[in-house]
Design a protein around this ligand. Structure first.
Ligand code: ARG
Length: 468
């Protein structure tokens, strides 16, 4: 029978299957380094508050650092019988430093401990993901800067609508990434609150100094209510929601890259470094990277729904259901990180836009129809009337298999007397894109200004990277 910390209270040992079912060590080992840091801060606080002697705290901190070295050297690999990372550390600590190890858990519960560990872990995780978003944004910015005057069809309903600057299209994703960075930064503030010292649910009778522990761990605030502190997982939900939106953004970009790489669009080609072949069809080149990124949204959304469901209807305060918070958040974080990393590489060296195809695409349709109507508007024709005139022109062209630019001026005049020779210059793809010069629009001047603003924001977010 494996001894548990509660063996004294119990007569029989835990059923081995139940022990395995109950254990979280298989996944919460990911929290190990945070558990060690949290425990070291706790031990220091206990001495600072006169609850332990300085010598005792030194012994505890020394033992905890020893476990850290063992872990990093691959020598500390606790098994299922350890139940969770917190017990595993405590048991090893007693082995290493003897009786004094049993004092570490003074004025603490695993309930406030696990919340502390998870918040410390998430804080680092957010910083890593923001860094990955920064690299992703950097690549998009550079790509956009080189395509200000490259034209691409703009779509609504996946029907050609109006041509746009390719940089403008890419800048749309930069805006999404900007909101992702802002969201994570805001969530980080609510993550950065210390629950340690809340005890199991009600606080402690010992004269602890919660401010001191929080300060040692770099938390900027203390949780205000011990019941809430040990049962709050709002920050997990918030992070999963933010991760889901990042996944949505990456998935939409993936979908476009997949479409653009298809034979039907051929707006870009995939390089050999970022595409895969088929085991059967020799001619194939497949966009596995964006497909996988698009596919990973499934598990990330799933973890968000899973966590909301775990929390719904839980009575205060800690319930073991909360142990189910970890695998989902770990997996979501890994999925988002790896997706961002792969997408960044794909954008940097996996895709090559096809200028000829793009130039051809914006020539061969009626996406300048609005501009022909606007031409009449500038000549004083009411928009609704102009719209009707161009509608009739388009219908005529479709019947005679012609484009707007193919129609001789005499025919245009037949539809409306206000048309003149300057019409043709007004409806070339370049002119129509350049002319959309309203703030936030696709006109080249606006796109250059937007790029400048996005660049400044990026420098603001990542000043040290910007200095390089
Ligand atoms: N392994 C547990 C978890 O992940 C730690 C907290 C256990 N607390 C308890 N009262 N059983 O949530």
């Amino acid at each position: 029978m494996t001894a548990t910390p509660w063996s004294a209270r119990f007569e029989a040992g835990l059923h081995p299957t139940v022990a395995a079912f109950n254990a979280s060590i298989g996944f919460d080992i990911e929290l190990l380094e945070y558990d060690l840091s949290g425990s070291a801060a706790h031990a220091r606080m206990l001495a600072h508050s006169g609850i332990l002697s300085e010598a005792e705290a030194e012994a505890l901190v020394g033992g905890l650092e020893q476990i850290r070295s063992e872990w990093r050297a691959g020598q500390f690999r606790p098994g299922l019988e350890q139940e969770d990372v917190h017990y595993a550390v405590e048991r090893r600590l007693v082995e290493l430093v003897g009786e004094v190890g049993k004092k570490l858990h003074t004025a603490r519960s695993r309930n406030d401990q696990v919340g502390t560990d998870l918040r410390l872990w998430l804080r680092d995780c957010i910083d890593r993901i923001v860094g990955r978003l920064g690299a992703f944004q950097r690549t998009l910015l550079d790509l956009a800067a080189s395509h200000v005057e490259t034209l691409i069809p703009g779509y609504t309903h996946l029907q050609r609508a109006q041509p746009v600057s390719l940089a403008h299209h890419l800048l749309a994703y930069i805006e999404m990434g900007e909101r992702d960075i802002e969201r994570l930064t805001q969530i980080r503030e609510r993550v950065n609150v210390c629950p340690l010292g809340s005890g199991a649910l009600a606080g402690t009778v010992l004269p602890i100094d919660r401010h001191y522990t929080a300060q040692l761990l770099g938390f900027v605030a203390l949780s205000e209510n011990s019941l809430d502190a040990v049962s709050d997982r709002d920050y997990v939900v918030e992070f999963l929601a933010a991760a889901s939106l990042i996944a949505v953004h990456l998935s939409r970009l993936s979908e476009e890259i997949i479409l653009w790489a298809s034979q039907e669009f051929r707006f870009l080609t995939l390089t050999d470094r970022c595409a895969t072949g088929s085991s059967l069809m020799p001619q194939k080149k497949n966009p596995d990277v964006p497909e996988l990124v698009r596919g990973k949204t499934g598990r990330i959304f799933g973890h968000l729904m899973g966590m909301l469901t775990v929390l719904k209807g839980l009575p205060l305060a800690y319930n073991k259901d909360l142990q189910e918070d970890k695998e989902g958040i770990f997996d979501a974080a890994r999925s988002v990180e790896s997706s961002l990393e792969a997408m960044t590489i794909l954008l940097a060296e996996g895709i090559v836009f096809q200028p000829d195809r793009l130039a051809g695409a914006v020539e061969e349709d009626f996406s300048n129809a609005t501009d022909a109507a606007d031409y009449l508007v500038r000549k004083g024709v009411p928009f609704r009337e102009a719209y009707g005139v161009i509608g009739a022109v388009v219908r005529h062209c479709l019947k005679s298999n012609a484009l707007l630019r193919d129609l001789p001026i005499a025919q245009w005049r037949h539809f409306h007397p206000a048309f003149d020779d300057d019409l043709y210059a007004a409806i070339t793809p370049r002119t129509v894109v350049a002319a959309r010069n309203s703030y936030g629009g696709t006109g080249f001047e606006q796109v250059r200004a937007a790029l400048g603003r996005a660049e400044a924001r990026w420098q603001g977010h990542f000043p040290s990277a910007a200095a390089h």
